[in-house]
Design a protein around this ligand. Structure first.
Ligand code: UDP
Ligand code: MG
Length: 315
């Protein structure tokens, strides 16, 4: 149901955002009213230690369309998003950061794309004010690596959590059982009709980002590992390659030195042959690791317990 009357749930994860909440909330209300949207706003307080929760409670006490969930401690943005998707009543959910980095003015555009028939509208960062070179280069490198270990489904580069998801996708997402999850990757995996909406990320309104470099690196590694088992199998391929090259070289040099008695005057030493033999053994060990990786891959996919397929519609 995608009509002007459809209910849109705006999910906003919050972790220590005292300085932004009221400012941000006012901006959203003003904008959604100008669009005559039928909406609810769902705040997920992810264990804030400042008085973010009090501010959110105050907003909810004066407006029935404002709701909140408060976690017992900080569980991370991914958990907050999952909670939001589970509790949302809307025909579509729009996820927005609370710090003002996601331009509110684009809400109308997201909904327009949704009305055009897209199930997922992904906000894609064109640029990011106040984001250092390291962060943007890191993000680019991450998506480049992710693409090169591709496991058969589309990855949207520079994608963010600033996105609109249709009820079809939400219901499927809520069925996934993985514990350690990155919603962006899982939504890529789910498929559905997807489009992107480029935006320029703004500078933070107040406070500082909860995501430190080390957290981001962990997120990137997690993302890559969940996305593909190729790095694991790469070790095996490397092992095979080393074994192959060293055994050819070994046979060649052995015959040249001990059977043909060095007609090429290579004067290969016994130590060199030994080094080659050791490299060969390393190759064998890596190959065996690759073999283990194949079994591990099986366990990995079985424990993820993802559905075999995802249906978009049927009759
Ligand atoms: N956030 C959260 N839990 C966390 C960290 C962040 O709910 O553990 C929220 C935060 O309040 C903000 C959004 O997630 O609304 C994005 O966080 P942040 O600005 O720290 O990250 P970045 O902009 O660097 O992606
Ligand atoms: Mg931010």
């Amino acid at each position: 149901m995608r009509t002007k009357k459809s209910l849109i749930t705006i999910v906003i994860p919050i972790h220590n955002e005292t300085g932004s909440i009221n400012w941000h909330h006012k901006k959203i209300i003003k904008h959604v009213n100008s669009l005559s949207l039928n909406y609810e706003i769902l705040y997920i307080d992810d264990g804030s230690t400042d008085n973010s929760l009090e501010l959110v409670k105050l907003l909810a006490s004066t407006d029935d369309r404002v709701k909140y969930i408060s976690f017992s401690r900080n569980f991370g943005k991914e958990a907050a998003i999952s909670a939001g998707l589970k509790k949302a009543l809307g025909d579509a959910v729009l996820i927005i950061d609370a710090d003002g980095q996601h331009p509110i003015e684009l809400i109308g555009k997201f909904i327009e794309k949704w009305h055009e028939g897209f199930d997922i509208v992904v906000g894609v960062r064109r640029s990011n004010q106040g984001e250092g070179f390291i962060k943007s280069a890191g993000s680019r490198l991450f998506y480049f690596l992710l693409k090169s270990i591709d496991n058969g489904y589309d990855v949207t580069p520079a994608s963010t959590d600033f996105r609109l998801v249709d009820r079809l996708v939400i219901d499927q997402y809520n069925k996934l059982t993985e514990r350690n999850r990155i919603s962006r990757n899982l939504m890529d995996w789910l498929g559905f009709k997807k489009t992107t909406l480029p935006f320029d990320a703004l500078a933070r309104h107040a406070g500082k980002a909860s995501y430190s470099y080390s957290k981001l690196v962990k997120l990137a590694i997690d993302g890559a590992i969940k996305h593909s088992t190729r790095p694991l199998k790469f070790i095996g391929v490397l092992g095979l390659l080393i074994s192959f090259v060293t055994i050819i070289a070994m046979i060649f040099l052995f015959v040249e030195k001990y059977i043909l008695l060095d007609p090429l005057h290579l004067a290969v030493t016994g130590t060199a042959l030994l080094a080659l033999f050791l490299s060969f053994l390393v190759g064998i060990v890596l190959t065996c690791q690759g073999l283990l990786a194949l079994y591990l891959e099986n366990v990995f996919y079985e424990t993820q317990n993802r559905p075999l397929y995802v249906v978009r519609e049927e009759k």
